[in-house]
Design a protein around this ligand. Structure first.
Ligand SMILES: NC(=O)c1ccc[n+]([C@@H]2O[C@H](COP(=O)([O-])OP(=O)(O)OC[C@H]3O[C@@H](n4cnc5c(N)ncnc54)[C@H](O)[C@@H]3O)[C@@H](O)[C@H]2O)c1
Length: 371
């Protein structure tokens, strides 16, 4: 036995795969999860996909007594609990701040009593806001943004204030954060709070900034997250995926199996401490292309609908520079988008998906967050 690891939020999409990855590698895993309804449905129980050897504790990370119980006998912690809807975070501000920021603060206070050898906290590409760009003369440009006027005029691509075109480039961990949603703010808060407290108390701490993770177990009933899960739910219900802007937004879709491996490496690599790492596939793809690919692997003849609408705070292009993660963690992505999508399609075909995209769209539109 290599040690006992607590995964907060371990019954969720990424956490369940991290649990399996660690159990396969010889760790004992305890999961603490409150099984929130939006992710797990109205009458949730221990998810069937959770590895049978994982110990499961039902409870809220904001309950100090439950945290004390969960942390007893633990050698390392993965803090994966979060509410994860970018758009929803813009109106459920108190709840997002309570779970993501306050929940992390409470966990850190309890960790002063229960000392662990490593803390790994899940962060997100959303902390970057727009990714890195370069000017026509090849200079890096970190502060790309679009005004509402540009968006209203459907001028999707980035320009400098004097109108020069900007080209997207891989985003390194050193790029200044640009926080465009309450969710992004809370992820930055989570990672920085963990790094800061870890440093102060000598707990080796690592933050992993996930890009667009996809794969089996992603909630199909949560319309606020996981673009491939949302497209998958639409397609399974015979509906066309709906795409904002012109569909040419660039993203990095990373298989959840690769994400889980990166998480294990973050625990095991001694040099990985007091640092932040990008976790992606190293490949970029447009949203339109990924919608076509998913329809194809699912055998559906449903073209995406490109609406030309936009969501407040949406990012045009962001994909990672993986140099640091590859060097320090020894991580190399292993699952190609083609292989990962086939695996996802196989899983999707066995699910009944509730398509709640319309509901989400209505919630955001009624608050002026989709235009
Ligand atoms: N999925 C992605 O592409 C992605 C990208 C970037 C970052 N992340 C981060 O990775 C982590 C895991 O995300 P995921 O996609 O697996 O989401 P998920 O919603 O599937 O998992 C989160 C889990 O946390 C649990 N949870 C929520 N509030 C809780 C509380 N108060 N107490 C206890 N448990 C609670 C939920 O029940 C759920 O099982 C999150 O921190 C998220 O911000 C995910």
């Amino acid at each position: 036995m290599k040690g006992t690891v607590l995964i907060t939020g371990g019954a969720g999409f990424i956490g369940s795969h991290v649990a399996s990855e660690l159990i396969r590698a010889g760790y004992h895993v305890r999961v603490l999860d409150s099984l929130v309804t939006q992710v797990h449905g109205e009458t949730p129980g221990r998810p069937g996909y959770l590895h049978p050897d994982a110990e499961f504790m039902l409870g809220d990370v904001r309950n100090p007594e439950i945290l004390d119980e969960a942390l007893s006998g633990i050698d390392a912690v993965y803090h994966l609990v979060a509410l994860v809807g970018v758009g929803q975070s813009m109106y459920q501000i108190a709840e997002y701040t309570s779970v993501n920021n306050w929940g992390t603060a409470l966990l850190l206070e309890r960790l002063m009593k229960h000392r662990v050898n490593k803390l790994v906290v899940a962060s997100s590409m959303s902390v970057y806001g727009e990714g890195l760009y370069v000017t026509p003369s090849g200079q890096p440009y970190e502060h790309a943004s679009r005004t509402v006027r540009q968006l209203k005029a459907r001028q999707w691509d980035m320009r400098t204030p004097d109108g020069l075109p900007l080209h997207p480039a891989p985003t390194p961990e050193t790029k200044q954060p640009s926080l465009a949603s309450v969710y992004a703010l809370s992820k930055y808060d989570q990672e920085q709070m963990c790094l800061m407290v870890g440093r102060a108390y000598g707990v080796p701490t690592v933050a992993v900034r996930f890009f667009n993770a996809y794969g089996p177990h992603q909630s199909l009933s949560n319309p606020y997250t996981g673009v491939l899960a949302i497209f998958g739910s639409r397609l399974l219900n015979g509906k066309r995926p709906i795409i904002f802007e012109d569909g040419q937004q660039l993203r990095d879709f990373v298989s959840v199996y690769d994400v889980a491996r990166a998480c294990r490496l973050a625990l095991e690599a001694d040099e990985a401490q007091d640092q932040v790492f990008n976790v992606g596939s190293g490949d970029k793809v447009t949203i339109e292309e990924v919608a076509y690919k998913l329809a194809k692997v699912l055998g559906k003849r449903l073209e995406p609908e490109i609406t030309g609408n936009y969501r407040v705070g949406d990012i045009r292009h962001c994909y990672p520079d993986m140099t640091l993660t590859e060097r320090v963690l020894g991580y190399k992505p292993e699952v190609t988008l083609e292989a990962g999508m086939s695996d996802l399609a196989e899983w999707l075909e066995r699910q009944t998906a509730q398509d709640r995209f319309g509901e989400m769209q209505h919630e955001l539109a009624s608050r002026g967050l989709v235009v």
